[in-house]
Write a protein that binds this ligand. Structure first.
Ligand code: MN3
Length: 199
C-alpha cells in the first residue's frame, strides 16, 4: 500500500469558531500532507510495504524512527479529522456513555481527566481515550505515538502539537482542549471505534 491524504470530511471553515479555516488549511493541507509524502518515501525499501497502516505503525515502532514518526502521524491524523464534526460535542451514544461511566466514573470525570492528560503532555503529542484490557482508559503519548504501540486501541485522540491550536488559541492549550471535548468531538465516530475495538 501507499499512504494518501484523504479530503477533510467537512469544509475547512466548518469547525469555526472552535478551529479556524486557517488552522485546518495548515494542519490538514500542509502538515498531514507532509507526513503522507515523507511516509511514502520512507516506506520504500523498509520491508513493510504491502502491510496495513496499523501493521506498519506497529512494525516500525522502535525500529525505524523516520517511518514510524510519519506513518504514526498519518494514522493519528486520519482519525483526528473524523473525531471532529461541526456542532460536535453534546450527548454521548448510550452504550458508550454507560461504559465510560463504568470504567472512568462519570462523563464529567472522563472530560476532566482527558483535558488533564492533554495539558500535562509536555511538548508535542496526543491525549487519548483508549480501550485496553477490555476497559476504557485515559492515556497520553509523545510525538507520533498512540495507544496502538502500547497495547491499547485508540477510540478518541486530540492533537496537542502547537500546530493544532496556536493560530486559534496561542498558548492557551487548556482552552483548546475544553473546546475540543465540549464542541468538536464526533461521538458517533468514537462509538464506532469503540465497537470495533471489541468489548
Ligand atoms: Mn497534527
Amino acid at each position: 500500500m501507499s499512504f494518501s491524504l484523504p479530503d477533510l470530511p467537512y469544509a475547512h471553515d466548518a469547525l469555526a469558531p472552535y478551529m479556524s479555516k486557517e488552522t485546518l488549511e495548515y494542519h490538514h493541507d500542509k502538515h498531514h500532507k507532509a507526513y503522507v509524502d515523507n511516509g511514502n518515501k520512507l516506506l520504500e525499501g523498509s520491508g513493510l510495504e504491502g502491510k496495513s497502516l496499523e501493521e506498519i505503525v506497529k512494525g516500525a515502532f522502535g525500529k525505524n524512527a523516520g517511518l514510524f514518526n510519519n506513518a504514526g502521524q498519518h494514522y493519528n491524523h486520519l482519525h483526528f479529522w473524523k473525531w471532529m464534526k461541526p456542532k460536535g460535542g453534546g450527548s454521548i451514544p448510550g452504550e458508550l456513555e454507560k461504559r465510560i461511566v463504568a470504567d472512568l466514573g462519570s462523563v464529567e470525570k472522563m472530560k476532566e481527566d482527558f483535558i488533564q492528560a492533554g495539558v500535562t503532555q509536555f511538548g508535542s503529542g496526543w491525549a487519548w481515550l483508549e480501550v485496553k484490557n477490555g476497559k476504557i482508559g485515559i492515556a497520553k503519548t509523545p510525538n507520533g505515538e498512540s495507544p496502538l504501540v502500547h497495547g491499547g486501541t485508540p477510540i478518541l485522540g486530540v492533537d496537542v502539537w502547537e500546530h493544532s491550536y496556536y493560530i486559534d488559541y496561542r498558548n492557551r492549550r487548556p482552552d483548546y482542549l475544553k473546546a475540543f471535548i465540549e464542541n468538536m468531538v464526533n461521538w458517533e465516530y468514537v462509538e464506532r471505534m469503540y465497537d470495533e475495538a471489541g468489548r
